[in-house]
Design a protein around this ligand. Structure first.
Ligand SMILES: Cc1ncc(COP(=O)(O)OP(=O)(O)O)c(N)n1
Ligand SMILES: Cc1ncsc1CCOP(=O)(O)O
Ligand SMILES: [Mg+2]
Length: 485
């Protein structure tokens, strides 16, 4: 069943923004579209002429209908006309605490003028029920009373909104000045993420805030994590820009649904408030399609597996023991005698010390590892990713391979994210372009065909080998499936 996404907002008689734009965005996700009209606006592409709220009875009747026969899977909110609408809506939302809500607080329109008459109490009440709030900088200033002069003011203002109980604040960068690059910044209690477009559009797209917020809501309905929903939504907007029609020198508008985003449309992603990472060079894999990739936790396992013949293998020791250094040294020597590309998980300093073939790092490891030292030592680098945002974060590093996971539920490791499934794996594989890919997580004989069909370069497994009753037979069967794809 396709998920249902409800958009609540205003009509725009020029068709450029509001509910029209929401529908174009939702179309990209194959979701069932429902709508509630909060206000009717007479707008041209450049001017707001008139605006009227729908009656309270009409608003609530539409809401009731839009929750029938089942509640929506996600809700996008645009312009709400007045506090009565807010309180009616929040009363209903409180009965459905699990529905994600994205609010683009359209406090003024791109055609000029204001649509909403909301009090600060109304705004705060609504924000407390919002999952992702997407203010632009003037809206952030209005909502918080901050005069935003610096990045730290913005951080503080966004965190003030988080204290009102919304989960994520995405500050959109259309109004950022030259000193601060045009980028959208996501703030939540755990992290900050920056989403930088690859190119700056010559014109402003009318209704781009609606497009973005509706795409985020649609992606949340499809169970994307918030940063992935935002990353993909940014790509939808960039794809929309690429087919928009100029209205005048300053603005353009969309007359169609954005085409499926391609790699050029995805943003560069930075985790934290830092700058773009500097360019490093990691050597390529010797075999770019290395096939079956066992991940094991001891030199004993390497001794057992290496004679079976592998192009790639990983030593993943998670409990630090006394003999760690010796184990890593022995593993490297052993793999060299079989000419197998051995990656050392986590322990990058020891990998450098013993001149390993490569190092595998996860997202958290990236915060602490010295990537320049790994590159300088000439080691290959493999990096784990778990969705669009992490993938767009590491693509500019051009690692020797990118791992994509976890594809299916796994018992081997407690994963904070959802299984990605093979459809998303195929999308990630396309985004990686020439960089070799490794699929990992819950892969075994019964599901490996669907993984291999996505075109990944390699398939990493733990338990499909280590828990098999007959290891050589399991290895042969898995290799056979990869070879016959
Ligand atoms: C091939 C491959 N993919 C992913 C992982 C996981 O790495 P990481 O996220 O650093 O988690 P830990 O393995 O360290 O628990 C991997 N090891 N190998
Ligand atoms: C280390 C790791 N990283 C993502 S999933 C995973 C474990 C994969 O193990 P299995 O193949 O047994 O599911
Ligand atoms: Mg790790």
């Amino acid at each position: 069943m396709n998920p249902v996404v409800l958009t609540i907002g205003g009509t725009d008689s020029s068709g450029g923004a509001g509910l029209h734009q929401d529908m174009r965005s939702m179309q990209c996700f194959n979701v069932v579209q429902r709508s509630v009209v909060s206000l009717i606006s007479a707008q041209t592409q450049t001017k707001l002429l008139h605006c009227e709220a729908v009656s309270d009875d009409m608003f609530i009747a539409q809401l009731d209908a839009a929750f029938c026969p089942e509640p929506p899977d996600a809700i996008k909110l645009g312009a709400l006309a007045n506090d009565t609408q807010v309180y009616q809506l929040v009363a209903l939302l409180n009965q459905h605490p699990d529905i994600p809500v994205v609010w683009d607080p359209v406090l003024s329109t791109s055609a000029g003028g204001s649509l909403s008459q909301l009090s600060f109490d109304g705004i705060a009440t609504l924000i407390s029920r919002v999952t992702v709030l997407t203010p632009n900088l003037p809206e952030l200033e209005y909502l918080t009373g901050f005069a935003l002069r610096s990045d730290s003011d913005e951080l503080e203002a966004a965190h003030q909104l988080l204290t009102l109980d919304c989960k994520h604040v995405l500050v959109t960068g259309g109004h950022r000045n030259q000193a601060s690059p045009l980028c959208d910044k996501l703030y939540n209690q755990e992290n900050t993420w920056q989403f930088l477009p690859h190119s700056k559009a010559a014109r402003t797209l009318r209704g781009s805030g609606c497009l973005l917020a509706s795409a985020i809501a649609s992606a949340l309905a499809l169970h994307y994590d918030a940063e992935d929903a935002i990353c993909y939504a940014e790509a939808v907007v960039a794809s929309g820009f690429s087919v928009a029609t100029p209205v005048n020198d300053d603005i353009c508008h969309l007359i169609q649904s954005p085409p499926t985003p391609r790699s050029v449309h995805f943003p560069q992603v930075i985790k934290g408030l830092g700058r773009k990472p500097s360019a490093l060079k990691f050597p390529p894999l010797r075999m770019t399609n290395p096939g079956l990739y066992p991940v094991v936790d001891s030199v004993e396992w390497l001794r057992q597996l290496l004679p079976l013949g592998f192009d790639i293998i990983q030593l993943r020791i998670k409990s630090v023991s006394d003999g760690l250094s010796e184990q890593i040294r022995d593993a490297i020597q052993l793999a060299e005698t079989f000419s197998t590309q051995l990656f050392i998980n986590d322990h990058w300093q020891l990998a450098i010390e013993y001149n390993a073939y490569g190092v595998h790092l996860g997202q958290d490891d990236l915060e602490t590892a010295d990537l320049a030292a790994i590159a300088k030592a000439g080691l290959r680098l493999g990096i784990s990713t778990h969705g669009y945002a992490e993938l767009c974060r590491v693509l500019p590093l051009k690692p020797s391979y990118i791992a994509l996971g976890h594809i299916f539920p796994t018992r081997t490791k407690a994963m904070p994210s959802q299984p990605q499934g093979t459809q998303r794996l195929a999308d990630y594989q396309r985004l990686c372009g020439e960089i070799p890919t490794v699929a990992i997580g819950g892969i075994a004989l019964h599901n490996i065909d669907s993984v291999v069909a996505t075109g990944v370069s390699s398939v990493a497994v733990v338990t499909a080998i280590t828990e098999s009753a007959d290891v050589p037979q399991a290895v042969e069967a898995l290799k056979g499936r990869i070879a016959h794809a």
